[in-house]
Design a protein around this ligand. Structure first.
Ligand SMILES: Nc1ncnc2c1ncn2[C@@H]1O[C@H](COP(=O)(O)OP(=O)(O)OP(=O)(O)O)[C@@H](O)[C@H]1O
Length: 296
């Protein structure tokens, strides 16, 4: 059963078509990335699913049924930064959030442990780093132990340490069997965190499916040496090289995706008597495919 299925969803804001007939399905127990540049319709899509916005047309189902508030109660959301009280602690803030949601307070300690805030649970919110504040916001979404989580740009505005902490947290939640649907404009975030992806551009779905399938293909490496023809001949015989051509005085090689090890390629060429003057992963397949998808 799909956790979420979206069918030909359209949303117009006056003359602006924010969603132009989007359809995809989110399977159970996956991390589903909705990837797209700013203004592609990600927030609008999540807002419709959580009933903050009304669709202009089209439909969607939650847990295999037409969506109701009862279904939405089973989903923990982080759509915008919640308004926590600055002078209250994490525990006090979560007690208020739990009361607003009509939930008990029994799982607050467990939630704080999950988001790694147990040690600072009694410190005032105002003393937290941005990353800690965001982890508390995710903690608020975890109250009531929902099986499904919806996050809009969960790492926005964080420094690299904060970003890494949130990504680890998302992976841990996924390992516990939760389904996570998250919007992101960051390709590498989706690559690192998500199992599935839907790519949006200006309200249109470009493609969707398992990350490995959507971005399947080759990685491109650029090489040069004093003898280009000899280099072409040697590198064409490299075990995972699919295709090699000469382009702009360099050899460009397409390797099976995920098999590129520049040090090993360098060593291989050296052992065959070729000293490389240039060796560069031009574009990972993931990046080139994303650019190709969003530029066309
Ligand atoms: N309330 C609104 N009124 C008018 N236009 C809107 C409104 N909300 C969004 N839009 C427009 O709809 C389109 C999609 O916006 P949306 O915020 O859903 O995209 P997004 O992919 O989430 O972008 P971002 O990452 O910048 O939030 C944009 O052109 C945006 O300007």
């Amino acid at each position: 059963m799909a956790i979420l299925s979206v069918d030909n969803l359209k949303k117009n804001y006056g003359k602006i078509a924010a969603l132009k007939g989007v359809s995809f399905k989110v399977p159970n127990s996956c991390v589903y990335g909705i990837l797209g540049p700013n203004g592609s319709g990600k927030t609008t899509l999540l807002g419709i699913i959580m009933n903050v916005l009304k669709a202009s047309s089209g439909s969607y189902q939650l847990f295999g049924e037409p969506a109701t508030d009862a279904h939405r109660k089973k989903i923990g959301t982080l759509l915008e930064t919640p308004n926590f009280y600055h002078y209250l602690s994490a525990v006090q803030n979560l007690k208020i959030t739990a009361a607003i949601k009509g939930l008990g307070t029994d799982d607050i300690e467990h939630v704080l442990a999950t988001v790694d805030l147990l040690k600072r649970k009694d410190s005032p919110f105002s003393s937290y780093s941005l990353g800690m504040k965001q982890r508390l916001a995710i903690g608020a979404a975890l109250l009531g132990n929902p099986d499904v989580l919806v996050f809009d740009e969960p790492t926005n505005g964080l420094d690299p340490v904060g970003i890494a902490e949130i990504r680890t947290l998302i992976k841990n939640l996924s390992a516990q069997g939760k389904t996570i649907i998250m919007a992101s404009h960051l390709l590498d975030e989706v690559e690192k965190v998500c199992t599935h992806v839907a790519i949006l551009k200006q309200g249109t779905l470009l493609t969707s499916g398992p990350v490995k399938e959507v971005f399947a293909g080759n990685d491109i490496v650029q090489l040069a040496s004093s003898s280009i023809d000899a280099l072409l001949n040697i590198v064409s015989q490299y075990p995972t090289a699919q295709q090699a051509t000469i382009l702009n005085g360099m050899v460009e090689v397409a390797f099976t995706a995920g098999t590129v090890d520049l040090a090993a390629i360098n060593q291989y060429c050296f052992e065959k008597g070729i000293v490389l003057s240039h060796l560069q992963l031009k574009k990972s397949n993931f990046e080139s495919k994303f650019l190709q998808l969003t530029n066309n």
